[in-house]
Design a protein around this ligand. Sequence first.
Ligand code: PBG
Length: 370
Amino acid sequence: MQELISAIAQKTHAYTAFKWHGMRCSFTKRAKDAMLEPDMMDLPIRPRRNRKSAAMRGLMQETTLTAANLIYPMFVQEGDENTPIDSLPGCTRWCVADIAAECQRLYELGIPCIDLFAVVPEEKKDAAGSEAWNPDGVVPRAIAAIKAAVPDMLVMTDVALDPFNTYGQDGIVREYANGSYEIMNDETVEALCRQALCHARAGADIISPSDMMDGRIAALRAALDAEGFTGVSLLSYTAKYASAYYGPFRGALGSAPKFGDKKTYQMDPANAREALREAELDAAEGADMLMVKPATLYLDVIRAMREHTNLPIAAYHVSGEYLMVKAAAASGWLDERACMMEALLSIRRAGADMILTYAAPQVAAWLREK
Ligand code: PBG
């Protein structure tokens, strides 16, 4: 009894002291009346219980990021040198002779898929972009080298003409006498089919058209099937926006448009419904996977597409998105690892199954550490 009285006295004293400090607090009437537990709110529902330890948080985790979700974009060039890319710190232009060994290392890190982009010297570019379907070009040679050395690594290839033509445009350009120009849709689709067949013959597993021409998925599917490549997959750049965040990538390839922009074929950043229209067309034309690009600025588009289709969705964390984190981290302003992981996890949370990212090797290594 004596003990109880002193406990009450102590608590009353504490409460009085609390009040004397002039603090106003929102105790429920019950807590106030009791005056025994001034620090106890009447809160039966406490979401923090589900965050009380790392193990508890693990049980509750809704979204995961694993190396199995990652696709690594790689650049392959002529010659026998590997050159670091200034505009994409951490990335390299690989020569054909060394890219397979790097893919072996990536595969051992747990990365299941790479996406190949060609770096084309100016003297090999022409108006038609015909180097794009040269069977001795860097891409088909790299595909063959990688599939021979690391057969289980999935090799995806980019299909579009911008690294190959003198205009830096994704399609075939017609110039008019008055100085205007047009990116020709149907002529381009035919060229893309040639390029895709060149890659399939070299052993590509997945063809990934990034050009945004109309009807190219149906045409590519038909062209591949006609040559017996019924097992080669199509990952369509379904909603590729005319984004300013591609700048560092164009620097890496030397593929910036020589004139104009890409707004007559890439999508307006203002539009989301239009992405669903593109998704319906790609699904009807036979795409195996859809893509949203860029990723972190377009999480709403990823989410909308996720709710609209049952096809797997990829998101491309593009060069500018990668560089924002790298540059801020290099200045000591952001924590690179934490920010990169948060960006990629958020892309997954929005609804993407796969993520193309230049951070793939680093992220795969980080995921192994934890
Ligand atoms: C071009 C292509 C681009 C990217 C991938 N394929 C650039 C563009 O459309 O101008 C951008 C990738 C990136 O920024 O990381 N077909």
